[in-house]
Write a protein that binds this ligand. Structure first.
Ligand code: 1GP
Length: 252
């Protein structure tokens, strides 16, 4: 299956999608197994696996574990070239277009490209845009880039549009894992109106209400990571919110 087309098909049908982000450093076996069980029951669309830094976990083992317990697509969300793994279904080929760090704009891509080709791994070109969230997040620190200001709507719109014009298939508005503030609904709405490709939004989403607002503002894919580690019910609540929105949209 070509996952880019899969995402696009749902997007074209006006269906909202949900991705659950698994950090290999925190992926305990029992927790991942439980997550797989509930994800299947509640129509989670994708597992994203990866992170800005992986210290003691293994992306390979996390992907294997997910693959043992679910057939939900596993998509790598890489912090760098070392996180490419042949057992994933696809890889978000992230270029950090809000920043001016050449290593994350093109450098890591050059390092990883030969392995990606050898593995036959699907790449989904993604314009990754970091938005200021009120605290210095790990992605901001590790990437050594300045995020776009929280209220920098015009620059976020131009950046997203430039990403689309460069041929990127998805645009990701990222507040950073554990962000104090999510990307604002106003920014999501304006960026959504500016581009024609699917829009991913993540970082700091801690409640189903917030996820719902973010979907309604225009996010096509919501990513939830950190908060489900402390609130196991949250994933099912957000999945239900997504389902509800999709049912309402279908009736229109
Ligand atoms: C981070 O957007 C993702 O890259 C998810 O963020 O962990 O804060 O949900 P959280």
């Amino acid at each position: 299956m070509i996952y880019e087309n899969h995402i696009l098909r749902k997007f074209n049908e006006g269906r909202k999608q949900l991705a659950v982000l698994i950090d290999p450093d925190k992926a305990e076996k029992e927790q991942v197994e439980r997550l797989c069980y509930y994800s299947k029951a509640h129509e989670v669309d994708y597992f994203f696996v990866g992170g800005s830094v992986i210290t003691h976990g293994s992306i390979h083992q996390t992907i294997q574990l997910l693959k043992q317990h679910t057939d939900i697509p596993v998509i790598i969300f890489p912090g760098n070239a070392s996180q490419v793994d042949k057992h994933a279904d696809a890889l978000l080929y992230l270029s950090l277009i809000s920043g001016r760090n050449p290593d994350l704009l093109i450098g890591q891509h050059i390092i990883s490209a030969p392995a990606i080709k050898e593995f036959g791994l699907e790449v989904i070109s993604t314009g990754y845009i970091l938005i200021d969230s009120g605290n210095v997040t790990t992605v901001q620190y590790v990437s050594n880039t300045k995020p776009i200001p929280h209220d920098g709507i015009e620059i976020a719109m131009s950046t997203a549009l430039a990403g689309e014009y460069l041929g990127m298939k998805l645009i990701y508005l990222e507040a950073g894992s554990g962000a104090r503030r999510t990307v604002s609904e106003k920014m999501i709405k304006e960026v959504r109106n500016e581009i024609t490709v699917p829009l991913i939004v993540g970082g700091g989403i801690r409640t189903a209400e917030k996820a719902k607002d973010i979907y309604l503002a225009g996010a096509d894919i919501v990513v939830i990571g950190n908060a489900i580690e402390t609130n196991a019910n949250l994933m099912t609540e957000i999945a239900e919110a997504k389902k509800e929105i999709n049912e309402t949209l279908k009736k229109k």
